[in-house]
Write a protein that binds this ligand. Structure first.
Ligand SMILES: *Cc1c(COP(=O)(O)O)cnc(C)c1O
Length: 380
């Protein structure tokens, strides 16, 4: 905090994250919401989002003003009718948020909760659906950003389909960096946002919907501005409008970010860079003695949770501020059980930033006089 602000800031956080100059430059003009240019932009972005999950002909993308939570809340309110019941698979804060959304929207729900370091289980879903015929929908977090754990989406989708129920997915922190094939994984709706793995600026959430399922949702929504059915109708009427003031500049930046995603090799290319970032980070931190919350096979290449060191000379605030002074912004932990912190692998960050961060961590530990970097007690 006391140190001079570094020249360049890298956000090693799960969004907003570091964006490219090309993405930020795309915002340097104005659009009228009725311009043909702007309408084309909207339709192009919608089509590109559908193509990323191979949903051409079967799915539509419905963008919405707001952050990711707006999209999740719109997804639940639009797809789960007032007479429906949502089974929510919880293993972190974003699953808990879905529970809260149901409470506010007045949707009946049930919860299967696993520990923050334990993936959601398809077997448990199987049992719950067999036992409770009132459940109409199941909701899962694809990558639970609380810990960085990847949940078994394909297995859960197969169980939900076999039981003839509908699947809603919060793929916020995975979309664009983890392969999702809508031809193989059946979901009614999948929500994500502009400012995660596509690396746009914040301000747009979107839901990719199976068209025939969305068609049946008229009148379900609990909130006017969160009605995806209505939003889609407006966007496909002759005027091709957003219902309310569109986030014009954010959309232009999003389209530019999608260009860069494509030239990097799409989902495969992006996944490869993030996986490289993640490996450099995890190997480097382990060589300094830090311990990850998750074993490698449960870790998504999105964000990594580390236990806080047991050493009493370690202070998170000092650590955070010192890394920020070097230009690296990390993220506090959100675990309920253990003291932790998180470092993201996503955004316009590459090998140079990951090794730069590791150097800054080394310096900071030395300055604090921390020698014992392992956690106080072994993770259960
Ligand atoms: C980021 C994120 C969200 C949305 O958070 P906002 O702060 O509303 O953008 C939802 N779910 C997951 C898993 C996320 O990572």
């Amino acid at each position: 905090m006391a140190a001079a602000r570094p020249k360049e800031i890298f956000l090693l956080t799960p969004g907003p994250l570091t964006t490219s100059k090309a993405t930020r430059t795309a915002m340097m003009r104005d659009w009228g919401s009725r311009d043909t240019d702007f309408r084309d932009l909207t339709q192009r972005v919608r089509a590109r989002l559908v193509a990323l999950v191979h949903g051409q002909g079967s799915h539509v993308a419905v963008p919405l003003q707001g952050s990711g939570t707006f999209a999740v809340e719109a997804m639940i309110g639009t797809f789960v009718p007032k007479s429906g019941k949502l089974l929510i698979l919880v293993n972190g804060a974003y699953g808990q948020r879905m529970v809260k959304i149901c409470q506010v929207a007045g949707r009946a729900h049930a919860v299967i909760e696993t520990a923050e370091d334990v993936p959601a289980s398809a077997q448990q879903v199987e049992a719950a659906l067999g036992a409770d015929p009132a459940i109409t929908h199941v909701a899962v977090i694809h990558c639970e950003t609380t810990s960085g754990i990847i949940n078994p989406l394909a297995e859960i989708a197969a169980v939900v389909e076999r039981h003839g129920r509908a699947l809603l997915v919060d793929s916020m922190s995975a979309f664009g960096a983890v392969e999702i094939d809508a031809r193989r994984i059946r979901f009614d709706a999948l929500a994500a946002s502009s400012n995660k793995c596509i690396e746009g600026v914040p301000g747009i959430g979107f839901v990719i919907c199976r068209t025939t399922a969305l068609d049946k949702t008229a009148g379900n929504a609990h909130a006017l501005s969160l009605d995806l059915h209505d939003q889609r109708i407006y966007m496909e009427k002759s005027g091709q409008q957003w219902r309310f003031t569109p986030p014009t500049h954010v959309l232009a930046a999003f389209d530019a970010a999608l260009d860069q995603h494509e030239s990097e090799g799409g989902v495969k290319g992006r996944n490869a860079r993030y996986a490289r970032n993640c490996k450099i980070l995890v190997d480097g931190m382990r060589s300094l003695g830090f311990v990850t919350l998750l074993p490698d096979h449960l870790q998504a290449p999105i964000i990594v949770t580390f236990h806080q060191p047991a050493d009493p000379r370690f202070h998170f605030e000092t650590f955070y501020n010192s890394l920020a002074a070097h230009g690296y912004v990390i993220y506090p932990g959100k675990l309920t059980k253990a003291d932790s912190f998180r470092i993201g692998c996503i955004g316009q960050v590459h090998e140079a930033q990951m090794t730069g961060l590791l150097d800054a961590v080394k310096t900071c530990l030395r300055d604090m006089g921390v020698t014992e970097t392992g956690p106080a007690k072994r993770a259960a």
